[in-house]
Design a protein around this ligand. Structure first.
Ligand code: 1CP
Length: 346
């Protein structure tokens, strides 16, 4: 697997590089014409995720263009509910739709045993990538965190406030816990298969971590992530796990020390002094946090901000990334400009 020499993994080995490794969340996606072509060939979005040849192709597209230090498996966090038996549809121009689950009864109809065949299709994509990626490129596997995946399963679609999951968690915590426990077990199994197939690093996306206050954050974000992290440490002690608890704010430090993640993804709103100092006492690599909209704006503003982030994180174990995913209206040449700027430093 060549894992140990990968430049991307150097910060996890404790090394500080002059030029930090770089990859971008949603680096494969609609801003790339070649993605739109492969997506049209697949027709349906989930079909793209479940066709290893096509999923591997779109994973490779941004690597060919920009030579990022890491590729991220092309899939979606909603593959897990789909595999568990809650059918997911992607409606063109609207986003995901699921038949909502709001009771223990609904959870009891899902099965982990049934999910394995779909998890194995994703693992096949990872295997292909292991063959096709340049030797110097790391491969990141991922899943959605149980809390964030649950918000879609309970709401039945994306939402700005995740109200249905939050209400269920308040009204019937034991029932809701049944769903979270199932997602913890499914995530461990899914990530384990990705590593066995060749993933060098894992990221847990908790896009909606910021919607929960203190005790709820602890119970639904921190504890499940800790369980997943500990189980994977038993299975694959050398594979680093990056947590991305978007919107966690000041509790991100607590999240790191409790969960034991090896990397912390900082979102766009994370202030510079938090990125550069708040994690100093933790054994953790910091990743982030350029505003994805600066990548749309481009120009000198983009250059200035990139330089600020590089200066801020000089001498730290750091991975350059955005604070959230690339948006579809991003001009591809601005991504090239960013990569060049980062690499010309140091
Ligand atoms: O039409 C299209 O082509 C679909 C657009 C798209 C893409 C490119 C979706 C639908 N998912 C993806 C890929 C994807 N999603 C990746 C691939 C790897 C990469 O290049 O980074 C990853 C890691 C995700 C993760 C994901 N999916 C998250 C967590 C990260 C984040 O961005 O916050 C979430 C919340 C989703 C759900 C999802 N999938 C797609 C959409 C439009 C949404 C958001 C739905 C909503 O909340 O309204």
């Amino acid at each position: 697997m060549g894992g140990s020499e990968l430049r991307f993994l150097a910060p996890f080995r404790g090394e500080v590089l002059d030029v930090p490794p770089i990859w971008l969340m949603r680096q494969a996606g609609r801003y790339l014409p070649e993605y739109r072509a492969t997506r049209a060939e697949a027709g349906d979005f989930l079909k793209l995720c479940y066709t290893p040849k096509l999923a591997a192709e779109v994973t490779l597209q941004p690597i060919r263009r920009y030579g990022f230090d890491a590729a991220i498996l092309f899939s979606d966090i909603l593959v897990v509910p789909d595999a568990l038996g809650q059918a997911v549809r992607f409606v063109e121009g609207e986003g995901p739709r699921l038949d909502p689950i709001r009771s223990a009864d609904g959870v009891s109809r899902l099965t982990l045993a049934g999910a394995v065949s779909k998890f194995d299709v994703v693992a096949e994509t990872v295997q292909r990538l292991r063959q096709d990626l340049p030797h110097e490129t790391a491969l990141i596997g991922f899943c959605g965190a149980p809390w964030t995946v649950a918000t879609y399963m309970v709401q039945g679609q994306g939402s700005s406030d995740q109200a249905e999951a939050r209400l269920w968690a308040y009204r019937d915590p034991e029932g809701f816990e049944g769903l979270i426990d199932l997602l913890v077990a499914a995530s461990i199994d899914y990530l384990d298969r990705q590593v066995k197939a060749g993933a060098d690093c894992l990221q847990i996306f908790d896009t909606w971590a910021g919607s929960l206050p203190d005790d709820e954050f602890d119970r639904w974000v921190v504890k499940p992530t800790k369980t997943i992290r500990e189980a994977l440490r038993e299975l694959h002690p050398d594979v680093p796990v990056i947590g991305f608890p978007r919107g966690a704010g000041a509790t991100a430090v607590w999240y790191v020390s409790e969960t034991g993640v090896n990397g912390i993804g900082c979102d766009t709103a994370t202030p510079p002094f938090v990125m550069s100092e708040a994690f100093d006492e933790e054994d953790v690599v910091v990743q982030g946090n350029l505003d994805p909209l600066l990548l749309v704006a481009g120009g000198e503003k983009l250059d200035e901000r990139v330089d600020e982030i590089l200066d801020l994180m000089e001498g730290k174990r750091f991975i350059f990334n955005l604070g959230h995913g690339i948006v579809p209206q991003t001009p591809p040449e601005n991504v090239g400009r960013l990569v060049e700027r980062v690499r010309s430093k140091g």
